[in-house]
Design a protein around this ligand. Sequence first.
Ligand code: PEP
Ligand code: MN
Length: 344
Amino acid sequence: MIVNMSDGATERQIEHIIQRIREAGFQPHVTRGTERTIVAAVGSGGRRHEIEALSVAPGVDNVVAIAQPFKLVSRQTRPQPSVVVVGGQKNGGVKIGAAEVVVIAGPCSVDSREQLLETAQGVKRAGATMLRGGAYKPRTSPYEFQGLGIEALKILREARELTGLPVVTEVMSTEDMDLICEYADMLQVGARNMQNFALLRRLATVKKPVLLKRGPSATVKEWLLAAEYLLSGGNDQVVLCERGIKTFETGMRNTFDLAAIALAKELSHLPVIADPSHGTGKQSLIGAVSRAAVAVGADGIIVEVHPCPERALSDGPQSLDLTQFEAVIRGLSAPLRPVLAPAL
Ligand code: PEP
Ligand code: MN
């Protein structure tokens, strides 16, 4: 349920509502907008009629049900888009969800110190504002390269010191979480772990932003409910990432679901970014899909880049070299083709 306070509601009136929500057996979540305050009552097992009755309390405009199963993630609870800040050691951090399109780039996996440092410097020169790189890799086959683990984390830290780019890396298990938190600025939940609820519950308690990829077979509703685990557990620094879903198509690694970006932005206040690398699996499609994603409202892109894709230890076929990456970045700011004939 949502209690919409009136424009001129006082702090005392808001406090009273918070108190009454607790008494009714729900958790209160307050969103202070520029004009009005919204107090959401979330949780299970509370007495709904006691919240409904608050519509006549002083300072309350109205009380409405939250239509969707995801509550704190919903735009109904927070109408203004959220901005997630990553890093912050230098220049106040990278803002995801603000006016500028954020470009996160780097290799699928940290293969070596030389590879990562060269990539970090190259992507920075081309205009990227964050660095990605896998230390613990979720690989389909146990015989494939699984990542360098802590050694990779140390290299990522060195790259951040060298370039100032904040770092995002994947966490696959609750066991590695404290260690990864020491080294990374943002923690990625991979597509395969989107519904790993133990992992999500633990991530809800850490003081780092989370990049939550959409599961390969997850609906948008399931994706937003996975984000709800993070917000309801206390971490609202969440960025969603569309990375393609499984369909009958075989010409690409996945089917990149452009409209899901627009839908997620419509339903939720959380920033959404696009991963055209996993979304297509093909170098040649990354520029086009990146532009399309930004056109439908994506707040940024995350792209795999390797100085020599043919030598990459993972995801070489979808990795751009530095020259190709520069071209993709240039293309992002190029105007779209005019489609309308000029008016007579
Ligand atoms: C990755 O980012 O390298 C990765 C494994 O992504 P996903 O979880 O989307 O497959
Ligand atoms: Mn990859």
